[in-house]
Design a protein around this ligand. Structure first.
Ligand code: GLN
Length: 274
């Protein structure tokens, strides 16, 4: 037996304080706020064992989101697994840019390439109930997670298809195509550090300059856009210029880059003329 406050104090010496609270709350099936109100309660042995297991794994570098199996994004708590990238707050910027370009009442068609846990597709689908959203991923395991999220959230206007980028799309035209593709350079040292080590390499890295997937998407996506339809691509903070030139080279207009919350280049977008 151990008290909640003593257990947390000990854990905070070993891992980040917020992570310690999230893991202990999860071990107890409670909220973080509950921990504060019950600081002098005793932990039962089962909860303590669960917590100690996660604490050791977190200390060895496993991301908290994989240990507890979910991560907050937009208005949801999304299920994640090691088959999916862990959704980032950066990607909420892409969702906002997409929503600003989608009518609230007319039926639109939206494509999310490389959906992972379904973060982008599900956010757009819930905010635009009249839209029909298609979400693709090369990984069947990722699509199972995305489908489970759609089901848990009761989102019916999303369909899923497996395949590489535009190869997954049989045909048709979209009013908006969005993607958070892999964009880190294969040799980037971050890939072998911290939480990134545990995320799927195929969702993170893409060729010597990190731009392979973005080159494929820029080349192939415009043919699937309605005239006037938008392509939005998330990318690394040093890739804005390269992605703008890819989208311009692919014949898109109004090409520009938007910044994330830290004022760094994050999403480049362009429109099919028409
Ligand atoms: N933004 C992520 C990171 O640098 C990478 C996500 C991605 O490759 N799409 O940690």
């Amino acid at each position: 037996m151990a008290r909640i406050d003593a257990t947390l104090r000990d854990a905070r010496q070993r891992i980040d304080s917020a992570d310690a609270e999230v893991l202990l709350a999860h071990a107890l099936g409670r909220s973080r706020a509950w921990l504060y109100a019950h600081a002098d309660d005793e932990l039962d042995d089962d909860a303590l064992q669960r917590f100690r297991g996660w604490l050791a794994r977190r200390q060895a570098g496993e991301p908290v989101a994989y240990l507890i199996g979910h991560r907050g994004f937009w208005r949801f708590d999304l299920k994640v697994s090691p088959a999916t990238l862990i959704p980032r707050a950066d990607t909420e910027c892409l969702v906002e840019l997409a929503l600003a370009r989608l009518s609230t009442d007319t039926p639109t068609r939206v494509l999310d390439l490389g959906t992972g846990s379904g973060a982008i597709a599900l956010s757009i689908a819930t905010e635009r109930p009249a839209a029909r959203v298609l979400a693709t991923d090369a990984s069947g395991d990722a699509l199972s997670v995305a489908r489970a999220n759609a089901k848990a959230l009761g989102v019916a206007n999303v369909a899923f298809r497996q395949g590489d980028w535009l190869c997954a799309v049989a045909g048709g035209r979209f009013d908006l195509i969005a993607s958070n593709p892999p964009y880190i350079a294969d040799g980037d040292a971050h890939l072998v550090q911290g939480d990134l080590r545990h995320e799927p390499r195929s969702a993170l890295a893409s060729g010597v300059d990190g731009l392979d997937a973005i080159r494929t998407i820029s080349r192939d996506a415009p043919a699937f856009l309605e005239p006037g339809g938008w392509l939005l691509i998330e990318h690394g903070w040093e890739q804005g210029e390269a992605v703008r030139s890819l989208l311009t080279g692919a014949g898109l207009v109004d090409v520009h880059t938007a910044q994330d919350l830290e004022q760094r280049d994050r999403v480049t977008l362009g429109r099919r003329p028409g």
